[in-house]
Design a protein around this ligand. Structure first.
Ligand SMILES: Cc1cc2nc3c(=O)[nH]c(=O)nc-3n(C[C@H](O)[C@H](O)[C@H](O)COP(=O)(O)O)c2cc1C
Length: 184
């Protein structure tokens, strides 16, 4: 299973970046992290069938098309989704790479709420994009600060790592085969 990971934080020492790296270290397979900070602001004039997408947009779409599943890790800003992440998702609406793709949303916050507003908003946006949002792979991580080792910038909290392991196993699980048709 090839994963595409997107982080909603551009901060160099991002705690969500630590979550993303820790999650990918638990993943048994190839993974790519998209550089969404390089994307231009979404503009419908640059989108659609007759438009040539700017190179960073084309790169994001190629990476999304090549992925079997998408992992989104993000902070919450002012009870919302960071603009840089919403911008990246807007570039993927009409091109359709997220349609039916298993997708997980993880939010991490220094507060007890775990970024619950941003998590819910991201899931709503992704469902609107027809992504296959795997509810059991979506996680809100509260009080993230002490759960990150400042030297390795990885998660050290065992319960959080266990939650990430479960989320990844649900995200990357093969879909159950369709039941055989009943005999007439
Ligand atoms: C402009 C701004 C708004 C924020 N608003 C929220 C918020 O609504 N809810 C929340 O849980 N944290 C909020 N925070 C705190 C972030 O969760 C915190 O800075 C977090 O460490 C950012 O994630 P990062 O470490 O991955 O960069 C806000 C931070 C900033 C800079």
């Amino acid at each position: 299973m090839r994963l595409l990971a997107l982080s909603g934080s551009l901060r160099a020492r991002s705690s969500n970046g630590a979550v993303l790296r820790s999650a990918l270290a638990l993943h048994d397979g190839p993974a790519t992290t998209a550089d969404i900070g390089a994307l231009p602001h979404f503009n419908p004039d640059l989108d659609g069938e007759n438009a040539t997408p700017p190179p960073p947009v084309a790169a994001l779409r190629t990476a999304a098309a090549a992925a079997d599943a998408i992992l989104i890790v993000s902070p919450e800003y002012a009870h919302g989704v960071p603009g840089v992440l919403k911008n990246a998702l807007d570039w993927l609406v009409s091109s359709g790479e997220c349609v039916d793709k298993p997708t997980a949303v993880i939010t991490a916050s220094p507060f007890p709420t775990g970024g619950d507003h941003a998590n819910a908003q991201l899931r709503e946006t992704l469902r609107t994009m027809s992504a296959d949002v795997i509810a059991s792979a979506c996680v809100e991580i509260p009080a993230i600060g002490p759960k990150v080792d400042p030297t390795t910038e990885r998660i050290t909290d065992e319960a959080t790592l266990a939650g990430l392991r479960t989320a990844l196993s649900h995200l990357t699980a093969e879909p159950a085969p369709a039941p055989a048709p009943a005999e007439a």
